[in-house]
Design a binder for this molecule. Structure first.
Ligand SMILES: [Zn+2]
Length: 739
């Protein structure tokens, strides 16, 4: 995952979903009763248990945790099982990094145990510092510093006349997902890639380092996957199908998501002598980090990087627990968090997993008191999220047809901390999650978490937007790119999805290191687990309301409002791209670059770029307006139907079709060059990783200058929106007809 006690909630206004007329007597009070049950002490104990030893994929304690989770679900009355898959997960057998010239230095590649932190010394069980899905390699070459290693950083290098061909590049963590850095480096001819944590970004530049403070110490390094996940996540050998023992597998050499060059993460302690060996021009101000050296581009020094891995299959243990629905058992509400970590993983993932588990305990308790959900509830503790969203992806692929038939929503969480409610996902659920947040109390301010999030949005808005933010009935939720287990559900299968958590009040620099453990979490993050309890209250309330609503609580007005902003952003993007290229081409023609060049430090002029054609986005705008009319009609028809006290049998068929509305936004052919990603509204960026691209096919064709594919991409999005409008039209008619 990407980073990021209490008092009974005042029960005031319930959303119409929870208080719907068909509800069994007291359904609304079940919902409120639930929120009294989660306890911080239980979450603390679960976190301590799950993070007691390293628990990465294939480790003994990973399996032990899965079995422990299974036993808890069973103890609380859930019908639970472990589903196993077999995946490619490389672990290192050899790691060498040495500077050969101008001086000799051998990188330590080790994090030191810390006296006050009792689990930091479990050396024999810890995965060493490495990047998973780097290829094997033994390379020797000059070093070049490439800043964050994004495509735009290579444009700067080109102006300085620096090539990375045959070089080992040094990129710093941040700004793009780590797997993008070796991908772009290899495209530019580099032979190796080192990714280091600069102290300016998550070390002493931000605060005291561990164990005095929460930031990264000099020998701390960030493990992590470098698989090309924007192409497809999950087991590299079984794209699109579950990695069962009998699944057809690609040969390792044919897996397209492994890196093309060897890659390794290093600490800033190890990076400093390498960076200090670089010669050549001093980098621009934005490229400078926080080490006490002069940052230069290189090439300089000469380094040797040797990596070898054990390319074994490893077992995955997904824990799946069900509570059968009483009225609509064939409709599934899914809730998930991963249980595997890179090392001890207290923040990532136990902070989310322990809260999710506490929800399951409380729901089990409610069940014993007489409550049964109308829809079937499925709690999922995923294995293998860290390497490649393995457990969720393989499970979603293995069950694809039944999930598209039965799943009505998926609610994900991952790491969680102290601070503000964070929610992203399908915009048909935006109004719904706002209503949930209106009934959850923030442990620090005693405001609702809704109010606190709105206050933050007002505080952070630009002056000209503040009134809009203040007067909007619901706050906006962000769109989902990638970075956690929601990806296969939303972007591959079209299951309506939410991702939730708390955070924003603590800095932390221990991400994916041996220091992300129970000692760290309980000293520096949500130390009393008050927000862990709030997360359990939030997740459980969302699950109960999704499971018990007579008609699924989807609202299309917010979706239309959001899609309109995507359309406007694309129009702005086209306009800006045309203006920027026209201006730059003119400056080249007018000799501006030649006139300002410093003859002692000359830069190459940028290249003339082809002018983008006048791009016509009207098919998308028109389709949005058609969808807008149907959305208004649907939201009215749904509200009227909720009041009518209709028999469940009449509604079951409609509910299933409401849930399938998200699937109308998929295209079976998938996105260009990455067919696994089928959602036309949201995807991780091809060259950014986790950052979301909205209307990705159109947006990336514009950004990357692939203008010839634009008309087809625009037509695909317009067609998907028209499909959604037609779907809503038929739902409207059914809703008005039902008796
Ligand atoms: Zn995580």
């Amino acid at each position: 995952m990407v980073r990021r006690s209490g008092v009974l909630v005042a029960v005031g206004v319930f959303s119409m979903f929870a208080a719907a007329p068909l509800a069994q007597p007291g359904a609304a009070s079940w919902d409120a009763k639930f929120r009294e049950l989660p306890q911080a002490a239980n979450i603390r104990a679960s976190m301590e248990r799950m993070s007691a030893r390293p628990h990465h994929v294939g480790s003994p304690y990973d399996k032990d945790n899965a079995e422990w989770l299974l036993a808890r679900f069973k103890e609380w009355g859930w019908d639970a099982e472990i589903e196993t898959f077999s995946v490619l997960f490389p672990t290192p057998t050899e790691r060498v990094l040495e500077l050969l010239e101008p001086t000799r230095f051998t990188a330590k590649l080790e994090e030191s145990a810390v006296g006050v932190d009792p689990t930091s010394n479990q050396k024999s069980e810890q995965l060493p510092i490495y990047n998973a899905y780097s290829i094997d390699g033994d390379v020797n070459g000059p070093l070049v510093y490439v800043n964050y290693g994004r495509p735009e950083d290579y444009e700067v290098l080109e102006r300085y006349g620096i090539s990375v061909k045959g070089a080992i590049v040094m990129a710093r963590y941040g700004e793009s997902w780590r797997g993008i850095k070796p991908k772009v480096a290899a495209e530019h001819g580099a032979i190796g890639c080192l990714i280091y944590s600069d102290p300016k970004d998550d070390g002493y530049g931000v605060g005291d380092v561990f164990p005095k403070g929460p930031m990264r110490p000099a020998d701390g390094a960030q493990r992590g996957s470098v698989m090309d996940m924007p192409v497809y996540p999950g087991d590299p050998l079984t794209p699109g199908v579950g990695a069962t023992p009998t699944a057809r597998r690609l040969a390792i050499k044919d897996a397209t998501t492994l890196t093309k060059i060897p890659v390794m993460p290093i600490s800033y302690g190890d990076a400093q002598p390498l960076l200090a060996s670089l010669t050549g021009a001093v980098v621009p101000a934005e490229w400078r980090g926080g080490l006490p050296i002069t940052y230069r581009f290189g090439p300089g020094g000469r380094a040797h990087l040797k990596l070898a891995f054990n390319w074994d299959q490893k077992p995955l243990y997904d824990v799946i627990a069900r509570l059968r629905g009483s009225t609509f058992p064939d409709q599934w509400v899914l809730r998930g968090n991963h249980h595997d970590g890179w090392v001890n993983g207290a923040e990532d993932p136990a902070s989310g997993m322990a809260a999710t588990l506490e929800e399951a305990r409380a729901l089990g308790e409610l069940h014993k008191q007489g409550w049964s959900p109308k829809r079937t509830i499925v709690y999922c503790a995923w294995d293998g999220e860290e390497p490649a969203l393995l457990g969720s992806t393989e499970w979603a692929e293995a069950h694809d047809a039944e999930l598209q038939q039965h799943a009505v929503a998926y609610v994900n969480s991952d790491s969680s901390g102290r601070g503000f409610f964070q929610a992203e996902g399908s915009h048909v659920l935006e109004h719904f999650i706002n209503d949930v947040a209106r009934d959850i109390q923030d442990p620090e301010t005693r405001l609702t978490v809704w109010k606190r999030k709105q206050a933050k949005a007002i505080d952070e808005a630009k002056p000209e937007d503040k009134e809009k933010v203040r007067s909007r009935a619901d706050w906006r939720i962000g769109a989902l790119g990638s970075g956690s287990d929601f990806t296969p559900f939303l972007q591959h299968l079209g299951v309506p999805t939410l991702n939730i958590g708390y955070g924003g009040e603590d800095e932390s620099g221990i991400y994916h290191s041996i220091y992300d453990d129970f000692y760290f979490y309980t000293h520096f993050l949500d130390t009393d687990l008050a927000y862990g309890r709030t997360l359990a209250q939030t997740g459980g309330t969302a699950v109960i309301r999704l499971a018990d609503a007579d008609i699924l609580p989807f609202q299309y007005g917010n979706l239309v409002d959001t899609v309109r902003t995507y359309d406007e952003e694309l129009q702005q993007l086209v306009k800006k791209k045309r203006e920027d290229i026209a201006e730059r081409n003119r400056e080249i023609a007018d000799g501006v670059f030649a006139a300002v060049n410093d003859p002692r430090r000359p830069l190459a002029a940028p290249k003339v770029q082809p002018m983008p054609p006048a791009i016509e986005l009207t098919p998308i705008s028109r389709a949005i307006e058609v969808m807008a009319r149907q959305a208004t009609l649907f939201d009215e028809a749904r509200a009227a139907a909720v009041k009518k006290n209709l028999p469940p049998a009449a509604l079951a068929a409609i509910d299933v079709r409401i849930a399938k509305s998200e699937q109308q936004l998929l295209d079976a052919a998938g996105l260009l060059h990455r067919e696994w990603f089928k959602h036309l509204l949201y995807a991780p960026g091809f060259y950014t990783g986790y950052g979301v691209k909205t209307m990705p096919g159109v947006r990336e064709a514009i950004e990357q200058g692939q203008y010839e594919s634009l008309p087809a991409e625009i037509a695909r999005v317009a067609k998907a929106l028209e499909r959604e409008a037609a779907w809503l039209d038929s739902l409207n008619r059914d809703l008005r007809r039902v008796k």
